[in-house]
Design a binder for this molecule. Structure first.
Ligand SMILES: Cc1cc2nc3c(=O)[nH]c(=O)nc-3n(C[C@H](O)[C@H](O)[C@H](O)COP(=O)(O)OP(=O)(O)OC[C@H]3O[C@@H](n4cnc5c(N)ncnc54)[C@H](O)[C@@H]3O)c2cc1C
Length: 361
């Protein structure tokens, strides 16, 4: 294979680039703004392991890809998150799967959950609690390290927007030869309007709050928010499902009401949050298919054009390993997993909000 062009310098495009280049392929990455401009640079950095069993190898493979980058030992943290869910039976099952995969997760009771949360936590009947092994990746480092690794491997990172004229894709230097991978995040639809029925775009947002800091990450599926302590007194707080939008650029405008709503949910768990100050908040456009799983497939009607997008609020977790599947398909003809291929289950018809990403219960 002569050269592969990738459109998009987010986690998806960059991780595909370095994996291809490590296999000796010449690669060009086109990025209209700067690497990390889209959702990637705004991520909370949680490498999620609260996943359906059949997906659990993906975060673990992504972890290995992050670990292969320069300076990784100082920028990836092993953590144990407090997971709260209303389906204790399902939690029990996932914790057993974790243990089989070498992740030391454990079911705990409400008293222990309150102790490890580090504040006087309100618990509600019917909830289950677990301490779950997850990882936090410093997202600024990850993007820089991927760019550094790409440069070391001779990947061309080309600054400029790619446009489509008919079936031809054009960058700053003119026509781009196939094979092409479109990893343009929420902007992918502008280049591939034919995928409109498979993708919706939505606003992913977070806030930094001062005060009411938990002792650890909490992923609260019962009250629908997550919180990540980031300094001795501050935490980042967000939620999974957010508002659908049409233009990806709308995704950069945070919705204040949503931010208050997220903090109020946390306050139901931790009443101190009523007094927490909002330090800042931000948002970026995310996208998802109807079944919440990524799309990695070839678009036969365009020749050798591939799409790699739809990471639904968990691209930091899923993009490196999903792109690995696409790279192995391109280079060695390995079959693409059916879950990533365009099929009727990915259609978004009738969706009013994005589906919960990778919900195990
Ligand atoms: C607030 C927030 C918190 C998050 N937290 C987490 C988390 O904790 N864990 C997790 O796993 N995930 C998280 N995510 C989700 C994750 O960040 C995204 O799923 C992931 O970044 C998507 O990566 P991507 O490469 O597909 O898209 P993007 O990062 O959006 O990259 C697409 C890139 O393509 C470029 N581009 C688009 N069109 C063109 C074109 N025509 N020509 C040239 N360039 C183009 C854009 O400029 C952009 O830089 C979070 C996201 C947000 C916003």
């Amino acid at each position: 294979m002569n050269k592969i062009s990738i459109i998009g310098g987010g986690i998806a495009g960059l991780s595909a680039a370095i994996q291809l280049a490590r296999e000796g392929v010449r690669v060009a990455v086109y990025e209209s703004e700067y690497p990390g401009y889209g959702a990637s640079g705004k991520s909370a950095g949680i490498l999620v392991t609260i996943m359906p069993e059949e997906l659990l190898d993906y975060p673990l493979e992504s972890l290995e890809i992050y670990r292969s980058l320069p300076e990784s030992t100082n920028n990836i943290w092993r953590v144990r998150a407090l997971w709260i869910n209303k389906n204790p039976g399902c939690m029990d099952k996932l914790v057993k799967v974790h243990n089989r995969k070498g992740l030391d997760s454990v079911i705990i009771d409400a008293d222990e959950a309150t102790r490890v949360a580090g504040f006087s936590m309100r618990t509600y009947s019917g909830e289950g609690y677990a301490l779950v092994r997850e990882f936090v990746v410093d997202i600024g480092w990850a993007i820089n390290a991927m760019v550094q690794e790409a440069s070391r491997l001779g990947v061309d990172i080309i600054s400029g927007r790619v446009v489509r004229e008919g079936d031809v894709f054009k960058g700053p230097g003119g026509r781009i030869d196939q094979p092409i991978i479109i990893a343009g995040g929420a902007w992918s639809l502008q280049l591939l309007p034919g995928l409109k029925e498979y993708l919706v775009t939505y606003r992913c947002q977070m806030a930094t709050i001062e005060g009411a800091r938990p002792a650890r990450i909490i992923e609260d599926d019962a009250l629908h928010y997550y919180i990540v302590p980031v300094s001795p007194s501050r935490s980042n707080i967000g939620n999974g499902a957010n508002t659908l939008i049409n233009d990806p650029h709308e995704g950069f405008n945070p919705d204040q009401e949503d931010i208050y709503d997220i903090i109020e949910r946390y306050a139901e768990r931790n009443p101190d949050a009523w007094n927490a100050g909002i330090v800042s908040y931000w948002a970026a456009p995310c996208n998802t298919s109807g079944d919440s799983l990524p799309i990695a497939d070839r678009l036969d009607s365009l020749g050798e054009v591939y799409v790699l997008t739809g990471f639904n609020g968990a691209g930091l977790t899923m993009a490196p390993s999903t792109s690995k599947r696409l790279v192995h398909h391109l280079l060695y003809g390995d079959r693409l997993p059916g879950i990533f291929r365009l099929s009727s289950s990915k259609k978004t018809t009738g969706l009013n909000s994005p589906p919960e990403p990778y919900e195990p219960c």
